[in-house]
Design a protein around this ligand. Structure first.
Ligand code: FES
Length: 509
């Protein structure tokens, strides 16, 4: 499903596929907010930049957010202060405020028409039992140097117990902003549909794609989920999906951006579109590849919107996937401690527009050999997360899935049981298949074994994709890669070759 940002952005320039070997000072892998911002910074510092995007620029996670540009990331500052001390919370705040202001300056300097506007951000709680969380958060955020204070009310059309308000935050149209960043990369070489599958180190660093290689002094892996296994990111990130809808409503909308500190999480903001303000509601986060029928998630968001506003229509529905780190701070810096020329940025916990811009500032400084005051906090090799109990728990869960899915889930249904529009792991001639039957009755079958590390994929009904619960790889129904860390497609299972009685593209109900 297409986000409002992609559906209403200006026509996008197309870039060629990489089909030769090229050289650069820096190879940037990934054309989202981190990759584009890094490329702009490095190009403007005089370096030769090559940018590789597996799909189209800005079409990944960055094009599917709520497009809030804020340092308020839920109720995070009290947690950061407890884990990293007051200095750590202050550093996180400073990096994100710098990201926000970099975007504001860029919009002003380049005259980018992306509906950028300043708004207060509120993180609210509705239950008296959670009021102490808002109190603590307001205090921690203020101590971190943010323009934060505790508010007793908000402009929302329902009562809250308390809210932490950050002044002078912002929101924009993510698609138009990303398109403008891409346009300002006139001096860089950009390649789309050029999927990096390997980075090797042999003097310079070399990025391999199916069509050619890029040899560069530095490589920035800004692929959302780093596909390099040596980053061990797959052991330290939890992929999460979340959902958003955009509604036309009667009446005025509250001025501000809002997120609940209660469960379930609800994210609210207004979006100017075609001369009127629309209501954006987000939330319903869950771990990728789990959580049941994903179509229900959209319905719950719509129910929330209808409970509080006079909704006339729901015009857009979209979902996103982002990674959460073990300690809540993104991983930004060298992929490994022993190679500072291959860098990564990941784990923005659904706050990637501001956090991703801050990450690009850190990565550009690293490439240019400049000191950066935030780099240590975000260093992927920091010690705080290595001893995390979550590391043990997450990896134990992945291990159980790897073994358990294979041994205990042979596929409960047969291929013939699949209804139109349905996908599932099925049994067929003694083999497990990931099979999808479309509305015409045509069945497409692929292997259910994720090509990253062998876990079993699960069907995502809302997106019609195969999602892996272990590290979040996603595949289209035909098995092609939608999202890494997997770089290889799910194997096709041509049913017509099995006893001559079946076709994987058959036309029967
Ligand atoms: Fe790692 Fe599937 S994403 S096993």
């Amino acid at each position: 499903m297409t986000s409002v940002w992609l559906a209403t952005r200006p026509p996008q320039r197309e870039f060629p596929e990489l089909d030769e070997d090229v050289r650069a000072d820096v190879a940037v892998i990934g054309g989202g907010i981190v990759g584009l911002t890094s490329a702009v910074l490095l190009q403007e510092a005089g370096l030769r930049v090559v940018l590789l995007e597996a799909n189209r620029l800005g079409h990944g996670v960055s094009g599917h957010t709520t497009a809030k540009v804020t340092s308020q990331h839920g109720l995070i500052y009290a947690r950061l202060r407890a884990r990293f001390g007051a200095d750590g919370a202050r550093t996180y705040a400073a990096a994100n405020q710098a990201g926000l202001e970099w975007i504001a300056d860029r919009v002003a300097a380049d005259g980018i028409e992306c509906d950028f506007r300043r708004r207060p951000a509120y993180a609210y709680v509705t239950s008296a039992a959670r009021r102490h969380k808002a109190d603590r958060e307001a205090q921690a955020a203020e101590q971190a140097g943010l323009p934060a204070w505790l508010a007793e009310t908000t402009p929302l059309p329902f009562d809250v117990e308390a809210a932490v308000r950050f002044d002078n935050q912002a929101e924009f149209h993510a698609g138009r902003y990303l398109a403008a960043l891409a346009d300002s990369l006139a001096g860089a070489r950009i390649f789309e549909r050029s999927h990096a599958v390997e980075v090797s180190s042999n003097g310079d660093r070399t990025v391999k794609t199916p069509g050619g290689r890029v040899t560069a002094g530095h490589v920035i892996v800004a692929t959302h989920y780093p596909f390099l296994d040596r980053s061990l990111a797959f052991a330290r990130l939890t992929p999460q999906r979340s959902y958003a809808i955009l509604c036309r409503v009667a009446g005025a909308l509250p001025e501000g951006m809002f997120i609940s500190g209660d469960s379930p999480t609800r994210s609210v903001r207004a979006v100017p579109l075609d001369g009127e303000e629309r209501l954006l509601v987000g939330g319903e986060g869950h771990k990728t590849g789990t959580g049941g029928d994903t179509r229900v998630r959209y319905q719950r968001l719509e129910d929330f919107a209808r409970r509080h506003w006079d909704v006339r229509s729901v015009d857009f529905r979209w979902s996103a996937q982002d990674n959460v780190t073990l300690d809540g701070v993104p991983y930004v810096g060298p992929v490994t401690p022993w190679d500072d020329r291959v860098l990564m940025a990941t784990g923005f916990g659904k706050w990637g527009l501001t956090g991703g811009t801050a990450a690009a500032l850190i990565l550009a400084d690293r490439v240019l050999g400049h000191e950066n005051p935030w780099a240590d906090l975000f260093d992927p090799s920091r010690l705080s997360q290595l001893a995390s109990p979550r590391l043990v728990k997450e990896n134990a869960e992945v291990g159980l899935r790897f073994v358990g899915d294979r041994l205990t889930k042979p596929g409960r249904r047969s291929l013939d049981d699949l209804r139109a529009g349905e996908g599932d792991i099925v049994r067929h001639e003694g083999e497990r298949l990931a099979a999808f039957r479309d509305e015409d009755g045509t069945v497409t079958a692929v292997s259910p074994v994720c090509t990253h590390r062998g876990c079993q994929v699960a069907f995502n009904h809302a997106e019609r994709s195969w999602d892996c619960p272990c590290h979040g790889s996603r595949f289209a129904v035909d098995g092609s890669v939608l999202q890494g860390p997997a770089v290889h497609r799910l194997e096709h299972r041509p049913l017509e070759e099995r006893g001559g009685s079946r076709s994987s593209r058959r036309n029967s109900a």
